[in-house]
Design a protein around this ligand. Sequence first.
Ligand SMILES: Cc1cc2nc3c(=O)[nH]c(=O)nc-3n(C[C@H](O)[C@H](O)[C@H](O)COP(=O)(O)O)c2cc1C
Length: 401
Amino acid sequence: MSISGKKILIAISGGIAAYKIHFLIRDFVKKGAEVQVIMTPDAEQFVTKLSISTLSKKPVYTDFYSDNGTWNSHVELALWADVMIVAPCTANTLSKMVHGMCDNLVIATYMSAKCPVFIAPAMDLDMYMHPSTRKNLEMAESFGHVVIPAESGELASGLIGQGRMAEPETISNTIDHFFNSHQEAQTLQGKVVLITAGPTYEALDPVRFIGNHSSGKMGFSLAEEASKRGAKVILISGPTAQTINDKNVELHKITSAKEMLAKVFEFYDTIDIGIASAAVADYAPKEVAKEKIKKNDENLTLELVKNPDILKTMGEKKTHQFLVGFALETQNEEDNAKGKLEKKNLDMIVLNSLRDEGAGFKNDTNKIKIFTRTEKKEFDLKSKDEVAKDILNFVEAQLLK
Ligand SMILES: Cc1cc2nc3c(=O)[nH]c(=O)nc-3n(C[C@H](O)[C@H](O)[C@H](O)COP(=O)(O)O)c2cc1C
């Protein structure tokens, strides 16, 4: 498996080798990885956010707090990542990492990370050989992190010895090797999986619509994960900022519920698994005004008509397909979800409750419960990528029954 599509979190700390990180970022981006960079406040003395964000194509975070009164979530950054690389890792940052001294965004993110962590130390030879650094590197390895050893040669100080950060090419090869040796089992090889994602927009007039806050993240994570497992994926998505670049995923963009229904049934007979994660609007305006509706009266009354129920129609027309629905509930969650499972003739339903913090539409995380007619399983709050794995593991287990 290549690095393409992988989410790489790079944490830069305040060492002279930080200048080399530009080459590493370029290399990862060229190979199709998504790169998010965070830096310690001291790292800003060595490289600029501007140059880094230009190469990584994402904003660079150095602080918990943003100027606009919001904060940068170390938890979301950490859960997003497939791997975290601390490079260059200063003696100071290394020490904070292994001792849990959580006083900046880099350390808080590191301590929240569940993904594999790679450390590329860089420092002058005496600092590198100091017993405290030796001990801290040993501790980092005992935590399961991979230390990419510093190389020998001329150091920025003019001294010669071991302490130079590994070359970007070496770091990149290490990460490549990691992903290659962690190839996911092709458990969905030969299967066709149809996934609906995102919101639908129901036009009111040429410029307005009725929609919802669905980001499409859950559906896109499912598509990515199903593809990794060898499935051919048909992803039918409403308007969303999500993108996907995966040769096994055929993305079809639609706008309204009616368009989604039509697209689903172009493929329905050919699919093995259907996962309906889209937040389809239940109602649409009865009439779509030809011209922009003018602001005249105090009140405007809209007449809405029911949209087709895509999932119910899929359930009614089911022959061999394994059907998974989603329920987003705010009250009587379990009963409503189980009711939907029956009414719509589904095989499995994934419930997320808006009452759970971190679950639902806009978050990168989700907390779910899965129901079949005979089983119930509850999961912890996880990144949507991890939730996608749980859902597909569950589907695969059902298919084997
Ligand atoms: C010019 C210069 C170069 C430095 N290079 C390194 C280095 O390569 N490795 C290191 O561990 N510290 C280096 N330091 C010291 C760190 O910048 C210092 O320990 C700082 O507190 C690190 O903060 P951070 O780990 O939060 O980024 C350097 C300092 C200066 C002024």
